[in-house]
Design a protein around this ligand. Structure first.
Ligand SMILES: CC(C)(COP(=O)(O)OP(=O)(O)OC[C@H]1O[C@@H](n2cnc3c(N)ncnc32)[C@H](O)[C@@H]1OP(=O)(O)O)[C@@H](O)C(=O)NCCC(=O)NCCS
Length: 141
């Protein structure tokens, strides 16, 4: 992901989350040395558009997925699967042994996506989102 992707990323972000990240949050992740921000692009109606993105941190063998979202026009076509596979391959090369993330309790599509990758629901963080609890999911490579 580069600064040039942020306008499109913000559109996906706002269409995807009740509390979307701001431009500044994306920008600071692009400058953060522990952060990895990847995009997937796809052809769409004769153009190339941003299909989705993933942002995670890698610190001492652990990865924390902070954000993943797919363009609503391109969901259920394997974009998130592609982003996760690519991220896991990079994580393994960087000797990551465990991945974790938070997901809203009500986010059935995301919970199902992670479950299919072998993530387990470890514990809850009460009121993590202000209006809802988070489930912490973990995957050990
Ligand atoms: C969750 C999200 C990233 C999935 O992206 P996607 O590209 O549509 O996912 P994929 O096509 O790779 O789906 C892989 C599998 O995940 C599960 N899945 C994805 N969307 C689902 C849905 N709406 N309902 C049930 N299962 C779903 C299915 O098992 C799916 O496999 P299948 O299509 O063969 O049944 C996307 O819905 C999204 O951007 N949501 C809003 C943002 C968000 O919630 N991010 C996660 C924050 S923790």
């Amino acid at each position: 992901m580069t600064i040039g992707d942020l306008e499109e990323a913000l559109k996906i972000e706002r269409a995807s989350f009740p509390n979307p990240w701001s431009y500044g949050q994306f920008e600071s992740e692009l400058k953060n040395p522990v952060s990895v921000a990847l995009t997937a692009k796809a052809p769409f109606e004769g153009d190339e558009i941003l299909a989705g993105y993933i942002i995670y941190w890698t610190v001492h063998g652990e990865a924390h997925i902070l954000n993943i979202a797919v363009n609503p026009l391109l969901r259920r076509r394997g974009v998130a699967t592609f982003l996760l596979r690519e991220s896991f391959a990079r994580m393994r090369r960087n000797l990551v042994f465990e991945v974790f993330l938070e997901v809203r309790k009500s986010n059935a599509p995301a919970r199902e996506l992670y479950r299919r990758f072998g993530f387990r629901e470890a514990f809850e963080r009460k009121n993590y989102y202000g209006d809802e609890d988070a489930i912490v999911m973990t995957l050990v490579f």
